[in-house]
Design a protein around this ligand. Structure first.
Ligand SMILES: Nc1ncnc2c1ncn2[C@@H]1O[C@H](COP(=O)(O)OP(=O)(O)O)[C@@H](O)[C@H]1O
Ligand SMILES: [Mg+2]
Length: 188
């Protein structure tokens, strides 16, 4: 399939994220290693780990990989980063049950990744979780992204722990504070 670059959405430290369009006009995301980066195996890591996550229906769908040219193409997720989402009007309007459902789904994904031994390693800040809306079901769901620093360490999975501390316990965390307020939780 041929793709055309539409625009760069993120210029990262080591990679660039592009919105791209295929011949049929469908939009995808291309994550591409910047030439200057020395992390040359980034695309391969991302591709392999994301494929594994996809095998249990987690993460954006992987569409194409090219390890020679250091890029992966994946499904485009429309939505905000979790970190920004908790400060949005949309979050403000959500009731307890809806917030609870969103969190429950995120924890479910964390546990599922733990079960296959795929440790994401960067779930603690909320930048690598996008929050999107399933139009048909009108459901708000989290999608975990950015698997380039993931590792396979059986018995040392930490996704659930990282997520619960980020979502509830972190005493200085802005996200945890927002969620505790919403759900009327207190730290002792
Ligand atoms: N599949 C995607 N759909 C929509 N936006 C994405 C997608 N993948 C990445 N992004 C955007 O690009 C940003 C950086 O991507 P990420 O994979 O986290 O790269 P980095 O390794 O630079 O952190 C994300 O925070 C998100 O805003
Ligand atoms: Mg990231």
């Amino acid at each position: 399939m041929n793709y055309k670059k539409i625009k760069k959405i993120v210029k990262g430290w080591s990679s660039n994220i592009w919105l791209i369009k295929n011949d049929e006009g469908k939009i995808f995301v291309k994550k591409e290693v910047r030439e200057k980066s020395n992390r040359k195996n980034l695309a391969e890591r991302e591709g392999k780990m994301l494929a594994l996550a996809n095998s249990i229906k987690i993460g954006p769908k992987l569409i194409e990989t090219n390890y020679e040219k250091n890029f992966v193409i994946m499904e485009y997720i429309v939505g905000k980063k979790f970190l920004e989402f908790v400060f949005s009007k949309e979050f403000e309007k959500m009731n307890k049950k809806e917030v609870y459902d969103l969190i429950k789904e995120l924890l479910r994904q964390g546990i599922a990744l733990d079960e296959i031994g795929l440790r994401h390693n960067q779930l603690q800040i909320g930048k690598n979780i996008l929050v999107t809306k399933k139009i048909l079901k009108k459901k708000i769901i989290p999608i975990i992204i950015d698997f380039e620093k993931s590792s396979l360490i059986k018995g040392k999975e930490k996704n659930f722990g990282q997520l619960t501390s980020f979502l509830f316990y972190n005493p200085n965390g802005v996200v945890a504070k927002k969620i505790r307020t919403k759900l009327n939780l207190t730290l002792n």
